[in-house]
Design a protein around this ligand. Structure first.
Ligand code: UDP
Length: 495
């Protein structure tokens, strides 16, 4: 295969941290393959396409000398009634999400110009678009411009298959309906969902008139119709059943190339660096596997009353914790921290006893999970958080809020490394009080059989996850399943 032109992959993430991060990790993996001549001697070129603010952040997050390229598409959030810095979903108030999603579709003309320019320069057969599942129109663009297209799915296979099936062909619950009533899915008769899970996935009681859902369904359908393949940040070993389901639903050739983890998309400011150091020092002072890390990810949050119960439960558990606090659901995501969100004196009591750290901004999540003192992760079960936890062998206390998160926790329970404490932001939520939080935290961090089992399973999965991408293990020469899938992907993209 020597002598071929460079294959150029145009990576186009959705504008949200949970998407930008795995795309960056994918770019780094592809870059390392290109350098090793991994894909059949073919030279690989990788460009990440995004809006100016995201490009600036991503550029700071790649090491000096990296060959990863960046292309900027003009984007003016205020033209769409959004805050001026709203180039990533975490800077967008929840109520403005529909406007934000629609605005991303207006990137289409400048994206098409970019693809046409690259294809004109390098040859159409040497260009492949690798786009986010939420940017379905890119599959139409690629088809029209005669270049290949693959989707990169940054959520898990099982949860995506179930969620997409619910969005595209919602099950009907006979009335009157109770919260724990179950229905089988049209696409997967073996998979049953509870009514509360269904509501949390569609985030409204009225599927038909929800503009966000209409948008997402259109994007997914465009991909299933026009794309040439599905690339997923998971591995065959972690998600055999999920991969079977998503292959069936999408009808697309599917490549499990993960877990890809590890990047950060924000260059820390000096303040943030001090804060990170404070957190690591706190972890250094604690015994192995003793600390609970609490985070609901970059965009989601729980209502104020549930936040109070969570705080009381943490306090009652007596376990050390690090909690990345985002404003409760009643506030805008960008709101500055307020002490009134937590019980009176909560932070001072925790600090005085050396018991807990309240993080008021972006937490260094991967460094926290990698630290030997971290014993469990109370997580909203966003897929990146799930993978990061599996990668570091940390059991999960699941508090999923919306969409695929609701089914990620099922997967973790099936794998024996997670237990659900609450589900949903609005429908269901933390049905029980702080005592329940305390008890579940104790069950996962304590010395009981359940806790020991989870730690053992988490350690096994850590090995499996690392073996899939070919790092670690007894024999570095053995290619992991995800490494082989990546080779097949590149052969299909430029073959
Ligand atoms: N993250 C982080 N610090 C924070 C919050 C989030 O580093 O304070 C990172 C986290 O490590 C993960 C990503 O942001 O890589 C969140 O992605 P996930 O899929 O878990 O959830 P989302 O934010 O998309 O709901």
């Amino acid at each position: 295969r020597g002598g071929r032109g460079a294959g150029h992959l145009l990576l186009f993430p959705f504008l949200a941290q949970g998407h930008l991060i795995p795309f960056l990790n994918l770019a780094k993996r592809l870059e390392s393959l290109g350098q090793r001549g991994g894909s059949g001697q073919r030279r690989l070129e990788v460009t990440i396409v995004s809006t100016p603010r995201n490009v600036a952040n991503l550029q700071r997050a790649v090491p000096a000398g990296s060959s990863i390229g960046f292309a900027e598409l003009p984007f003016s959030p205020s033209d769409h009634g959004l805050p001026p810095d709203a180039e990533s979903a975490d800077a967008v108030p929840l109520r403005a999400f529909p406007a934000f999603y629609r605005a991303t579709e207006l990137l289409r003309p400048s994206f098409e110009e970019l693809v046409a320019e690259v294809a004109g320069r390098q040859g159409r057969e040497n260009v492949c678009v690798l786009a986010d599942i939420f940017l379905g129109w890119t599959a139409e663009s690629a088809r029209a411009l005669g270049v290949r297209h693959r989707v990169f799915l940054t959520s898990g296979a099982y949860a995506s298959a179930v969620t997409f099936s619910i969005w595209l062909r919602p099950p009907t619950f006979p009335r009157p309906v109770g919260p724990s009533d179950e229905q089988a899915l049209h696409d997967f008769p073996d998979v049953r969902v509870r009514y509360t899970e269904f509501l949390n996935v569609i985030v409204t009681e009225d599927h038909a008139t929800n503009p966000m859902l209409a948008y997402l369904c259109r994007m997914i359908s465009l991909h299933f119709r026009h794309s040439g393949g599905l690339v997923i940040n998971t591995s065959e070993e972690i998600e055999p059943k999920g991969l079977h389901l998503i292959r069936k639903l999408s009808g697309l050739p599917t490549f499990a190339v993960g877990p890809l983890i590890g990047g950060r998309t924000r260059a820390p400011s000096d303040d943030a660096r001090d804060e990170d150091a404070r957190i690591i020092k706190f972890l250094d002072s604690k015994p192995p596997a003793s600390v609970l890390y609490v985070s609901f990810g970059s965009q989601n949050t729980i209502p104020a009353s549930q936040m109070m119960e969570l705080a009381r439960g943490l306090e009652a558990s007596g376990r050390p914790f690090i909690w990345a606090v985002r404003p409760p659901a009643e506030f805008d995501g960008a709101e500055a921290f307020r002490a009134e969100w937590l019980p009176d004196g909560f932070e001072d009591r925790a600090a005085a006893a050396g018991r807990g750290v309240v993080v008021r901004r972006w937490a260094p999540q991967v460094a926290i999970l990698a630290h030997a003192s971290t014993g469990a992760f109370l997580s909203h079960c966003g897929w990146n958080s799930v993978l990061e936890s599996l990668w570091h062998g940390v059991p999960v206390v699941g508090w999923p809020l919306i969409a695929d998160q609701v089914f990620d926790v099922r997967l973790l329970e099936e794998l024996g490394v997670g237990v659900e404490v609450a589900s949903g932001r609005v429908f269901g939520g933390l049905g029980k009080g702080w005592e329940h939080v305390r008890d579940v935290v104790e069950a996962v961090l304590g010395d009981g059989e359940k806790a020991r089992d989870m730690r053992r399973k988490a350690a096994e999965l850590k090995q499996l996850a690392r073996a899939a991408v070919g790092v670690g293990g007894a024999d570095d020469e053995v290619k992991g399943s995800s490494v082989l899938a990546m080779e097949r992907l590149l052969d299909s993209a430029f073959g």
